[in-house]
Structures are given as structure tokens and as C-alpha cells.
Design a binder for this molecule. Structure first.
Ligand SMILES: [Zn+2]
Length: 249
């Protein structure tokens, strides 16, 4: 495969199963392109304002095959799916989303998540007070509704989709070759030595989902925001928050 990278090299990871994972957006939200022998899979789309950057990065990455065969959405918050409508039209790609998020995709709107730390609780509380609604996006109809943990290996790529709820009820993670996980907002990579999402509907479920992610063989967890997270850090955070939650209960 001829990879012609004309701009600054994108961050990338490679698995033993010959999947290349490129971070094709790293602004406010991350998007990742999985380049596998069987085709290109995009995970999350970023915001509408990042669309030309996303397009450009995918085209620069692989001028031989700049298309997208599948689009997997980790969840239906606008900053992850705002470009899904246009990509579906342009690429005719199959869109995968969990059952719990599908209705939001069709409605073009998702309920606001809760704040999990003091500053975000304040922001969300203020939003409610001002009767602000969550940010709408162009609605789209998903092609594949993921109802339970799903193995995509029949399509020629060793990828599993697992439910990792907590940030939102229908959050999904993408497990590639049991080595790398794209975990959406189940983990955050913006704080030093912490993976805790500042927004999320259910903290206990978030922590349970970390346990589920650690039950895979993955060594690296790629978040929806910020930098890659090591297995060691995620394990430390799981231990820390499990103790904290036990004290509360
Ligand atoms: Zn989110």
C-alpha cells in the first residue's frame, strides 16, 4: 500500500494483524482511520468545522484509496458525529452505532451529559438554568445498529465492538487485533495522570467500562479527546476509582 504523507506525519499505531491506525483529527475531538487490508474504517468524525481537515488528512494518507468503507461512531455526541450525514452521502459508507444511540442519530440531537467534576457540573447546571439545549447536528440513519458486543472479523478485519457505557448509555469501544482500543469518551486523555471523563451520565458505569477495557489484551487506549493512554495508567485509575466508589457506598 502506497502511503503518501505530504503534510506533517499523523500519529499512528500498528498492530500485528497489519492494521494501521492513523489519528486523522486531533483538534477538539479525535478521529481515527483504521487502514486494514480489507478496507478503511473511520472511527468518529469530529466537528463540522474540522471536516476539510479530516478530508485532507485521509486523502493525503493514502491517495490510492482515499475512501471510507465503514464509519463507526463511539457515540452520538455532536463533536463525534457532526460529519456523519455528509460522509454517508459522499462515501456511501456503512455507519455503525449502538442501539442506545441510534435514536439520537435519527433525531440529530443528544441529551446533554452530566458534569462529573465541579467545574463541569457548574457548566451543565448553568446551561440547564438558561434552558440551553444540546447542540444539534444533521440527522442520519445508521446502517448497522450494534445491539451487543460484536465481532467484525467476518468482514476480514480483527475488530470487536464492545459496549463501554457510562459517558453515555450507548458508548462503544473499538478493539483492534486485541492490541489497540479506540475508546471514545470512556476515557479522556486531556488531564495529566488521569483518564476520568469530565462529562458522563453514570460514573459507576464509566469505571466498570474501564474494567471491561482492561479485560482485553489492549496495551494502548485511544481517547476521543487528548493523548493516547497506557494500560498501566488505566489500571491505576481503575484501582483508584474502585476504592473511591467503595468508600462512598
Ligand atoms: Zn461525548
Amino acid at each position: 500500500m502506497n502511503l503518501s504523507i505530504r503534510n506533517k506525519p499523523l500519529k499512528s499505531w500498528k498492530t500485528s494483524g497489519d492494521c494501521h491506525i492513523f489519528q486523522v483529527l486531533n483538534r477538539r475531538s479525535n478521529s481515527y482511520l483504521i487502514v486494514a487490508p480489507s478496507g478503511n474504517i473511520l472511527v468518529d468524525t469530529g466537528k463540522e468545522s474540522s471536516f476539510s481537515k479530516l478530508r485532507q488528512n485521509i486523502e493525503n494518507l493514502n491517495s490510492n484509496n482515499p475512501g471510507i468503507d465503514k464509519l463507526i461512531l463511539t457515540h452520538a455526541h455532536f463533536d463525534h458525529c457532526e460529519n456523519a450525514f455528509v460522509l454517508q452521502k459522499q462515501e456511501n459508507c456503512q455507519i455503525y452505532i449502538s442501539e442506545a444511540e441510534a435514536e439520537y442519530a435519527v433525531a440529530g440531537c443528544t441529551p446533554m451529559p452530566k458534569g462529573t467534576i465541579l467545574p463541569t457540573r457548574f457548566i451543565i447546571g448553568l446551561g440547564k438554568l438558561l434552558k440551553l439545549k444540546s447542540i444539534p447536528f444533521k440527522p442520519f440513519v445508521p446502517d448497522v445498529i450494534v445491539k451487543a458486543d460484536t465481532d467484525l472479523s467476518s468482514s476480514g478485519v480483527n475488530i470487536r465492538l464492545i459496549n463501554t457505557p457510562g459517558h453515555s448509555a450507548g458508548s462503544l469501544s473499538v478493539i483492534i487485533d486485541n492490541e489497540i482500543a479506540i475508546a471514545g469518551d470512556a476515557v479522556f486523555g486531556i488531564f495529566f495522570n488521569s483518564v476520568f471523563p469530565p462529562f458522563g451520565d453514570n460514573v459507576k458505569e464509566v469505571v466498570n467500562s474501564w474494567g471491561k477495557l482492561l479485560q482485553t489484551g489492549c496495551h494502548t487506549f485511544l481517547p476521543g479527546h487528548g493523548k493516547a493512554i497506557s494500560r498501566e495508567l488505566l489500571q491505576r485509575e481503575l484501582d483508584h476509582f474502585s476504592r473511591k466508589l467503595k468508600k462512598v457506598n
